[in-house]
Design a protein around this ligand. Structure first.
Ligand code: ZN
Length: 521
């Protein structure tokens, strides 16, 4: 029985018993096919033949550290003009071979990279060595994805404790500090800060991931990309590099000055906007004072929103007030992993368009088992290629629903529907609820559309949903009554509401934490 091996149009049929892997490698090199495709095909062929390979066989697996990692920014890619790309293809893939890679090949690539990554962190990081030793795990114990649950999970609190114990901010560092090109610092929405460190290669790979996602929704030459993101953040750097790779004009005016952002929108006429949800509403308020609507003064064609779960109600709002039909959402982990996911025009969940570089798991927090497609679970991500201070089975503490079927857009990488932070799931009379469900109903009422709010968690199982909402205006009593009726009917629970003046709720990382937990003292 033979099998086909090849890339793009250059496919060859090889009889499996006659194939000599070095010759296959030469074939690909001669054909100068994309080295990523070449390596994946080789790897897949090796796995298919794996059972017949003995120790010492000259067809030894390619060495992970030297050749198996994706070239962060290959010379061929640098020469590529996005405009030519657009003109020469009818689809919107930045790297079609990777973005549409069949899942079995993706899994094969992940296994090989994870094996090498486990060896790397065990040899170079005291934090991981101690973690693995404590659980009696050795890197060699991981042979295939069937063994994934043997690898210890890493929780943010464990890293925080290791930082306190050692007095070292980066106990998971695997390289000398001189080789670190960038740092991340998570703001500690749920505790004290944790730190991350990235080598130049690590950052280049993130730029590649971002480029895929930005290209997916159409960023290219001719666009002025208006980003609102902390200009001190490492994400800003990655985003700027990705936009540059796509030959787009990029500008970032930070997150704190909606008045300035409005001026930029009005006068420079950017075409693509990336902003936090809160800033979006602040820009609307600036325009309200001028008695104008965003759709009357701006030229944005597409918007990417981050900082909150982007539900259908928010998309409708942007369509109505901003006149923008193409609304996308961005989620992920900004400072810990520099790992992101965007949705595509099909809006069937956010694509983890980087599964060749990250292993994404969704697990049941109780049993640790993977949840089935369409079921909710906690998000766990492993950096398969990073060598600076990679995270292994990092529990992001987000609750998501995974989808593995290829998307309508043709991409095979998994998609995630976000529900919210695990800590933001509250229970009212035994019924679990996330803030996004409240937001969905609350923002239907025009008086409080876009209003900031938070849930006050006063017990593990509350008898009513207690809300604080920023509100300004008259008829407080009537509005409160309308909100309560709307929420009680739709959520089927008792609701108690307290109004606070505008700006009274705290802001952390450009967003209002959606739950204040009084049960933690
Ligand atoms: Zn898609």
């Amino acid at each position: 029985m033979g099998f086909r091996i090849g890339a793009g149009n250059s496919k060859l049929a090889f009889p499996s018993y006659a194939v000599s892997l070095p010759s296959v490698r030469r074939y690909f090199l001669d054909k100068r096919v994309n080295s990523n495709e070449c390596l994946i095909e080789l790897l897949f062929a090796q796995k298919r033949l794996g059972n017949r390979r003995n120790e010492g066989d000259p067809r030894a697996p390619v060495h992970h550290r030297t050749v198996s990692r994706p070239p962060p920014n290959s010379p061929e890619k640098r020469k590529m003009s996005p405009r030519q790309e657009n003109e020469n293809r009818e689809d919107r893939f930045w790297d079609r071979s990777i973005e549409t890679l069949p899942r079995e090949k993706l899994r094969c690539l992940q296994e090989e990279r994870l094996q090498a990554q486990l060896r790397w962190v065990y040899e170079h990081s005291p934090f991981y060595r101690a973690n693995f030793d404590r659980e009696g795990f050795r890197p060699g114990d991981f042979k295939s994805m069937e063994d994934i649950r043997r690898i210890p999970l890493t929780h943010k609190d464990e890293l925080r404790q290791a930082v306190s114990r050692s007095g070292n901010a980066l106990p998971h560092l695997c390289l000398p500090m001189a080789q670190i090109a960038g740092f991340g610092c998570s703001r500690g929405t749920t505790g004290t800060s944790t730190f991350a460190a990235f080598s130049r290669e690590d950052m280049d790979r993130r730029v590649e991931c971002y480029t895929r996602s930005l290209f997916q929704f159409g960023l290219s030459r001719g666009h002025l990309f208006h980003a609102m993101m902390g200009i001190q953040s490492i994400t800003h750097f990655i985003l700027k590099e990705a936009a540059t790779r796509l030959h787009a004009n990029y500008m970032n005016d930070g997150v704190d000055n909606a008045g300035n952002s409005v001026q930029i929108g009005k006068w420079l006429r950017p075409t693509i906007l990336l902003t936090g949800v809160r800033t979006l509403f602040e820009m609307e308020k600036v325009l309200e004072a001028e008695k104008a609507l965003p759709k009357e003064v701006f030229s944005y064609e597409k918007v990417v929103l981050y900082g909150d779960v982007v539900g259908g109600h928010l998309i409708d709002h942007v369509r109505r007030k901003w006149g923008i039909d193409q609304v996308f959402s961005l989620s992920g982990s900004a400072a810990d992993l520099l790992w992101y996911n965007f949705d595509c025009p099909a809006h069937l969940g956010n694509h983890c368009l980087n599964e060749d570089m990250f292993l994404v798991e969704v697990i049941d927090p109780g049993s640790g088992s993977p949840v089935a497609e369409g079921q909710k679970g906690q998000l766990v991500v492993t950096d398969l290629c990073g060598n600076g201070a990679p995270h292994i089975r990092w529990n992001l503490e987000d609750v998501v629903i995974p989808f593995y079927e290829p998307c309508a857009c043709g991409r095979t990488h998994m998609r995630l529907k976000y529900l919210g932070r695990a800590l933001y799931e509250v229970t009212v009379k035994g019924k679990a609820i996330f803030p996004v469900e409240v937001e969905h109903q609350l923002w239907k009422l025009p008086e409080v559309e876009g209003a900031q709010f938070r849930i006050v968690k006063f017990a593990e199982n509350m008898d009513r949903l207690r809300l604080q909402i920023e509100f300004e205006g008259g008829e407080e009593g009537q509005v409160k009554g309308r909100i309560r009726r709307q929420l009680e009917e739709s959520l089927e629970m008792d609701v108690e509401i307290e109004f606070l003046g505008p700006g009274r709720l705290p802001v952390m990382d450009v967003k209002t934490p959606r739950v204040v937990d009084l049960t933690k003292g």
